[in-house]
Ligand binder design. Structure first.
Ligand code: AHG
Ligand code: MN
Ligand code: MN
Length: 308
């Protein structure tokens, strides 16, 4: 079943359906650009740094601009927080219902080498009084009404989580539309993989080092360097992803609002959990738009035995 039909058939709120359709439309444009990256001069950096002082790639900005345009066209998005913009983007033309925090291009270090990358979105209802200010986007992850990600790789997949569960849609590049390929996704009971950057091992706490030694004795290591791709494999096959704090990065690397929250919402709907090592990510009250948070996400029974 085609995405648009699925959203109607499953009785998604029409405003939310228009936001999810905007994500789908934007991702189809981005997939086309990725498939022709070096042919269109889209490899490499812009030569600028973002608010996180990270190197901004050309595709980071292109993806950012494409999704902002699609959200504006949907007329159902009031405000967007995003990794590439220090301040949120406010839309004045919207009949507005939703607030979005997004990572328009996740896994930027993999863009130029043909490895899976993605886009991540958290979707919240706007304030009852329609007020919009600097802090409107800073809502806890448990208040999300939906979240989604796209993985661009051997095939392009869009995963959506809402009160109606978790579904995966596969982009049919011939027809140019997403087709339902998996419904009612639940993380398998049996964990298969664990994902961590061992380059940081010496800076982990001794508790965490011991936990990783236990994991390596039971599970296979898989680490792509694109959160959304590692997360997607673990969601379908069973696994835990760790980007923990360490002595150099006391808050880890990943961002709460547009990486940890959307994926923790999805994993919760799929029967797993996302924590910062001690607390459920969805219960964290945010203080700033770009705040970082340690992230351990996947099979609950494995995560409860990981000490940080
Ligand atoms: P982004 O490209 O949006 O900045 O995210 C990159 C993140 C995440 O995708 C990935 O899991 C992590 O960075 C990899 O970090 P390391 O290279 O330090 O392992
Ligand atoms: Mn990212
Ligand atoms: Mn990014």
């Amino acid at each position: 079943m085609e995405l648009k039909k699925y959203l109607q058939y499953s009785k998604f709120d029409s405003g939310l359906a228009s936001v999810l359709t905007a994500i789908a439309q934007g991702s189809i444009l981005i997939q086309k650009k990725i498939s022709r990256l070096s042919l269109e001069g889209l490899e490499g950096s812009t030569g600028t740094k973002n608010i996180q002082n990270e190197d901004v790639k050309k595709l980071d900005i292109l993806a950012n601009d494409i999704f902002l345009e699609k959200f504006q066209e949907s007329k159902n998005v009031a405000m967007v927080g995003c990794e590439e913009l220090e301040k949120p983007q406010i839309f004045n033309n919207s009949i507005s219902k939703f607030l979005i925090n997004m990572d328009p291009l996740d896994g930027s270090s993999n863009i130029d080498v043909g490895v899976n990358i993605g886009s991540i979105f958290g979707i919240w209802n706007e304030n009852i009084d329609h007020s919009l200010n600097e802090n409107s986007l800073l809502k806890p992850g448990k208040e999300q009404i939906a979240s989604a990600y796209v993985v661009y790789g051997s095939c392009t997949l869009m995963v959506i989580a809402s009160e109606k569960g978790v579904q995966c849609f596969t982009l049919d590049t011939q027809s140019g539309s997403y087709i339902l390929s998996k419904d009612n996704i639940n993380v398998p009971e049996k964990c298969k993989y664990y994902s961590v950057n061992y380059g940081n091992f010496e800076n982990f706490s001794s508790n965490l080092q011991n936990s990783l030694i236990n994991l390596q004795n039971i599970y296979s290591l898989r680490y792509i360097g694109s959160l959304v791709a590692d997360f997607h494999r673990n969601l379908l096959e069973g696994g835990v992803f760790l980007y923990p704090k360490d002595t150099k990065n006391p808050n880890g690397k990943l961002r709460l609002m547009y990486e940890a929250n959307p994926l923790s919402f999805i994993i919760k709907k799929a029967g797993g959990i996302g924590t910062n090592g001690t607390k459920n990510i969805l219960n964290i009250n945010p203080t700033t738009l770009h705040e970082r948070v340690p992230l351990i996400i996947g099979n609950s029974d494995v995560i409860e035995n990981i000490l940080v």
